[in-house]
Design a protein around this ligand. Structure first.
Ligand code: PMP
Length: 457
């Protein structure tokens, strides 16, 4: 944050200077969000927007949850912090671990243990070290390679950005570090347009097997992927993709890791996104929706096979952060999960709001700028094209359509994200059908307004 940012923040609290603030923002500064309630955020100029992004894919139970603020307050008075390092623990992480284990085991009894961290990046970093350590303990120290997908996002730490497949991140900091391979992503609209979905899934999954054989299966530690790639552009794979990937991992004895940082805690209408395809990962990373973003916390779900291997070798995994198992964060995460349970938000996403979003979003496919409007649960994307019925982008301006339409959406009262030539959305799970209607209406209106702008580019 630069001084200008601080000044804007200051201005945000001094209403007479609002126009000054506005000018700063028009000159490229940030929009200062000052308040939020339910699914609505309000900025320093008093403009309200429907938050189609749940903050940054995380505020699943919505804003203004008194219960969560109260739990944090009470925990802070009782015991704000104590470490989980030197044979000490506190009640909230113990209770939260049990609750997460209950949710993981509902579909995969092998996932028995939980390791806490503070961010999604730290969760993936933990996985990186833990997996290599596990293979070393198993007497297979050569198993070091992680296979990931192009355009994947797994965080900003060195391991996270290396596991990720975003080349513009790799360019900054000379990444990826050795031992990470990137294969095709299951992006049917962009890379398998018109192809039979099962044939496309086979082709993409085969790229994993080919890479495994290329580097030698005995050198491969794990495959990592988000059930639905979020920051990559809400890439929903064809139905048969994940079962095929799981079968390949099992065939070569490779660990399967699901990054559930976005998909976990209800986003796809299940506690964890991978449950939609019935696959059984060995490790999962979770963050964001775990506390609905109210406090920073993340966790790694680990299989009993991995934990037992550690225990057989003395139980030592020298890894942890000052804030691992932070009592206040864990207490809030626990209360957040209880809200999801009490309000039946997962079931509602799977059976009511998710299908409703899919239905109304689909209507956008009649718009001349829309090549595809897809969603699963409460996460979706709209692909912007220059010719209906194709996946052709606006020539010479590839990658600009998303941000252009996104800015119009914001003007019209909806916060979404523009990723290259698509718009992505991920509203709080408490969203109502009326709010979904408004979300899609604003998308429609913004596409209408964008059409002459895009055609004139
Ligand atoms: N994995 C995925 C799938 C993510 O979307 C993100 C964050 N957007 C991360 C990891 C990293 O999480 P954090 O920003 O909390 O470090």
């Amino acid at each position: 944050y630069d001084v200008g940012e601080l000044r804007r923040l200051d201005l945000a609290h001094h209403l007479p200077a609002q126009s000054d603030y506005k000018l700063q923002r028009e000159l490229g500064g940030s929009r200062i969000i000052t308040r939020a309630e339910g699914c609505t955020i309000t900025d320093a100029e008093g403009k309200s927007l429907l938050d189609g992004m749940a903050g940054l894919w995380c505020v699943n139970v919505g804003y203004g949850r008194d219960e969560l603020a109260r739990v944090a307050y009470e925990q802070m008075l009782e015991l704000p912090y104590y470490n989980t390092f030197f044979k000490t623990a506190t009640p909230p992480p113990v209770r939260l671990a049990a609750k997460i284990a209950e949710k993981m085991q509902a579909s995969n009894p092998a996932l028995t243990h939980v390791f806490f961290n503070s961010s999604g990046s730290e969760a993936n970093d933990t996985i990186f070290r833990l997996v290599r350590h596990y293979w070393a303990l198993k007497g297979q120290p050569k198993r070091k390679i992680f296979i990931s997908r192009k355009n994947a996002y797994h965080g900003s730490t060195v391991a996270g950005a290396s596991l990720g497949g975003m080349t513009f991140m790799h360019e900054q900091g000379d990444l990826p570090i050795p031992g990470v391979e990137h294969v095709l992503q299951p992006y049917q609209f962009g890379e398998g347009f018109g192809e039979d979905p099962d044939a496309f899934a086979t082709r993409v999954a085969n790229s994993i097997e080919e890479r495994i054989l290329g580097v030698g299966a005995e050198n491969v530690a794990a495959f990592i992927g988000e059930p639905v790639q979020g920051a990559g552009g809400v890439i929903i794979p064809p139905d048969s993709y994940w079962p095929k990937v799981e079968a390949i991992c099992r065939k070569y004895g490779i660990l399967l890791i699901c990054d559930e940082v976005i998909c976990g805690f209800g986003r796809l209408g299940h506690w964890f996104g991978h449950q939609h395809w019935g696959i059984k990962p060995d490790l999962i990373a979770m963050a964001k929706g775990l506390s609905s973003g109210y406090l920073p916390i993340s966790a790694v779900g680990v299989s009993s096979e991995i934990v037992n291997t550690l225990v057989e070798h003395g139980g030592d995994f020298v890894h942890g952060y000052t804030y691992s198992g932070h009592p206040t964060c864990c207490a809030v995460a626990l209360a957040n999960i209880e809200i999801m349970e009490n309000e039946d938000l997962i079931e509602r996403t799977r059976t009511v709001t998710g299908p409703y979003l899919a239905k109304v979003l689909k209507r956008l496919e009649n718009h001349p700028l829309v090549g595809e409007a897809r969603s699963i649960g409460l996460i979706g994307a709209v692909e912007i094209v220059s010719e209906p019925g194709t996946n052709k982008r606006f020539t010479g301006k590839e990658g600009t359509a998303g941000p252009i339409v996104r800015d119009l959406c914001i003007k019209n009262g909806l916060m979404v994200r523009g990723i290259r030539d698509s718009l992505v959305m991920c509203p709080p799970l408490i969203i109502t059908e009326a709010e979904i209607d408004r979300l899609v209406d604003i998308l429609h209106q913004s596409l209408n307004e964008a059409e002459p702008v895009l055609r004139a580019l």
